[in-house]
Design a protein around this ligand. Sequence first.
Ligand code: 1GP
Length: 230
Amino acid sequence: MYDVHQWRHVFKLDPRKEIEDAALERLCESGTDAVIIGGSDGVTLENVLHLMARVRRYTVPCVLEVSNMESITPGFDLYFIPMVLNSQNAQWITGLHHQAVTEYGELINWEEVIVEGYCIANPDCKAAKLTEAKAPLNIDEIAAYARMAEKMFRLPLFYLEYSGRFGELEAVKAVRDMLEETTFIYGGGIKTAAQAEEIAQLADVVVVGNVVYEQLEEALKTVKAVKKEV
Ligand code: 1GP
């Protein structure tokens, strides 16, 4: 159906933030491989449904990156479930997951569910605080999480998260060198097409987030920058 492992570029939209119809149309029609809806706080059923319905006007695949139980709703193409490997709070590793499966296990279409081994490498971002992530991490520690994701847990996706800050290229390279099977997703601090291109040389999937709300034109340019790396 949707082969996430072939994706190269995605936009991540925060359901709490305002976006005009015209801007949303340009993002959805940009040639990006998918739109992910997700955020760390202020994610509600209402704002998720609203944004989903608006993205649904376009053919681009639409993914919910689940961050709380309340905002889970049918209607997405795929559900990405973060498993925060460097969280120090079991809630974010298996706790909420267990709760969700206990409640909704019978209803879940497992074909639509993909677990992301998450490593939050920016200690200052909201996600790091929320999940009590063990950070900062050195390069070897980051690479070890990537190895765990692939070799121990055999997770399909490994997400190196620098949310709000452009990551250290040495760490990104170390993850690239570590992963053979697991798809490598990078997100964090990409503000320009040049940065997107740099990351695209190392990661399989490049996530472009907040810049869409700050510099739409530059955000749109990241699609071509990433795709020409193929
Ligand atoms: C956040 O990785 C994404 O989850 C994207 O980060 O908003 O910094 O681009 P930015």
